[in-house]
Write a protein that binds this ligand. Structure first.
Ligand code: SF4
Length: 387
C-alpha cells in the first residue's frame, strides 16, 4: 500500500494561504475545535493582539485575488473604486464572511471609510466596527485618543465573546505577536541578503499565512521554515535588486509578482503584507493598551495610510535604497488608489533628485494578463543592467 507523504512546512502554510481568499474553512474549524470567535479586518494595520486576548482569531481580509465574480459589488459601488473594496464587499454579500463574528474597517482612505458603511447596511446582522486611527500623529493627544479607540473595541470584544478584559492576557498576546513579527523580519532580512534562497512567491505564501493562522502555531512553523531555508543550496542569478513600493493594501496577484522576478529582477523587499510586521516590537511593560497605541503613533517607519507630517519620506527612501542596496525601485499602485499615488509623487521627486531609476505600474487584484508587464519590467531591468 502506498504511503501518503506528510505535508511539508510550506504545504501547511499554503493550506492556510489558500483558505485566506474566499473559503475561511480552516477559520471555522479552528473556532469549532477551540470554542474561539473570529474577527476579520480590512488592511492595512490592525492591533491583532486585542482580538487574540479575547480568544478571537484575527484574520486580514486582503481580497479574493480574482477568484470570485464581483457582480454584486459592481452593482453597489462606483466604477472608480479600487478592487479590494469590491471583492471584500462581494465576499460579504455572498455570505463567505460568515465565519467572522466581527468585521473591522478603518479610516485608511475615503474608499475604505465608505466600505464600512456599505457593509453595515447590507449585512445588518454582523457586528461592524469602524476604527478611527488618529490623523495628526505628531500631536500629544494622538496616543490618548487611540487608547480610547482601542478601549471602545475592547468593550465590543467583551460583549461579543463574554470574556472580561484582562491585561495579562493582552500582554501574552503582544508577546506572541512580537515573536511573529521578529521571525517575519528575519525572513525579510534573509531575502534581502540572499533573495535567491526564497523566491518571492514562496515568501508571500509564508507571510500571508501569518494573516490568518493562529499565531502560536504560525510561530513554530515559521521558525522551522527559516531553519530549512538557510540550508538550501541555491546559486545566485544575475538579476537586478528591486525595491517595490505602493502595494500595501490591495494585493497584486501572485502571478504578477512572479512575472516581475521572471523578467530578471529580485524583489528584495516590498510592502504587500506590511501590516503583518510594520508595528515592530510592542513593549510588554506597563499598560498594554497604551503601549499598543504608542507603538502605532511613534513608529518612525512610514506607513502610507498613516499621516505623519514629521516623517520625511523623501529622506527615508533615499536612505532605504542605500541601506538595502537596491538598484531600482518599482512603484506598484492599485488602480484608483489615491494613497499609493500620493506616495508615488513624494518618492518619485526624491529619486529624480538623485537620478535613481524607477518604474511606475498599476495593477488590480483581478489582473490576469502579464505579457505587457513582463515586457515593461524586462526593458526596465535591461536599461539599468546595460547602462
Ligand atoms: S487599495 Fe488604496 S484606495 Fe483601496 S482601500 Fe486600500 S488604500 Fe484605500
Amino acid at each position: 500500500m502506498s504511503q501518503v507523504a506528510a505535508p511539508t512546512t510550506l504545504d501547511i502554510f499554503r493550506q492556510w494561504y489558500e483558505d485566506s481568499f474566499t473559503d475561511f474553512k480552516l477559520v471555522r474549524e479552528w473556532k469549532d475545535v477551540n470554542a474561539w470567535h473570529a474577527l476579520g479586518y480590512f488592511p492595512v494595520y490592525f492591533p491583532v493582539e486585542l482580538a487574540e486576548a479575547f480568544d478571537t482569531l484575527p484574520v486580514a481580509l486582503y481580497g479574493a485575488e480574482g477568484r470570485i465574480n464581483l457582480d454584486i459589488a459592481i452593482a453597489h459601488t462606483q466604477s472608480f473604486v479600487c478592487t479590494i473594496c469590491k471583492s471584500v464587499f462581494q465576499l460579504g454579500a455572498e455570505k463567505r464572511l460568515d465565519a467572522f463574528d466581527i468585521l473591522v474597517f478603518s479610516n485608511i482612505c475615503d474608499v475604505a471609510r465608505n466600505l464600512s458603511g456599505i457593509v453595515k447596511r447590507n449585512l445588518p446582522d454582523k457586528t461592524i466596527v469602524y476604527l478611527h486611527y488618529p490623523i495628526h500623529n505628531d500631536t500629544e493627544l494622538a496616543v490618548s485618543y487611540l487608547v480610547d479607540e482601542y478601549r471602545r473595541l475592547v468593550n465590543i470584544l467583551e460583549e461579543t465573546t463574554g470574556i472580561k478584559y484582562d491585561e495579562e492576557r493582552l500582554r501574552e498576546a503582544i508577546r506572541l505577536h512580537n515573536e511573529k513579527r521578529r521571525l517575519i523580519k528575519i525572513l525579510i532580512d534573509l531575502r534581502r541578503e540572499k533573495p535567491w534562497l526564497v523566491p518571492f512567491t514562496e515568501y508571500y505564501i509564508v507571510t500571508k499565512a501569518a494573516s490568518i493562522m493562529p499565531v502560536d502555531k504560525y510561530n513554530k512553523l515559521l521558525e522551522r521554515y527559516i531553519g530549512e531555508v538557510v540550508k538550501r543550496d541555491v546559486r545566485p542569478a544575475d538579476r537586478l535588486r528591486i525595491l517595490v513600493k505602493g502595494n500595501f493594501c490591495e494585493q497584486p496577484p501572485l502571478m504578477f509578482m512572479k512575472t516581475i522576478e521572471d523578467a530578471g529582477a529580485y524583489i528584495i523587499e516590498d510592502e504587500s503584507l506590511i501590516g503583518q510586521y510594520w508595528i515592530g516590537e510592542v513593549s510588554i511593560e506597563g499598560d498594554p493598551l497604551l503601549e499598543l497605541a504608542k507603538a502605532y503613533v511613534s513608529n518612525d517607519v512610514p506607513l502610507t495610510v498613516r499621516y505623519h507630517p514629521s516623517l520625511d519620506k523623501q529622506e527615508f527612501i533615499k536612505r532605504e535604497i542605500k541601506e538595502k542596496n537596491a538598484e531600482g525601485v518599482l512603484f506598484l499602485s492599485p488602480k484608483f488608489c489615491e494613497p499609493s499615488l500620493y506616495d508615488y509623487i513624494i518618492y518619485k521627486k526624491a529619486l529624480d533628485e538623485i537620478h535613481f531609476p524607477y518604474l511606475h505600474l498599476e495593477y488590480e487584484e483581478t489582473t490576469s494578463s502579464f505579457e505587457h508587464l513582463r515586457t515593461m519590467v524586462e526593458t526596465f531591468v535591461e536599461s539599468i543592467m546595460f547602462d
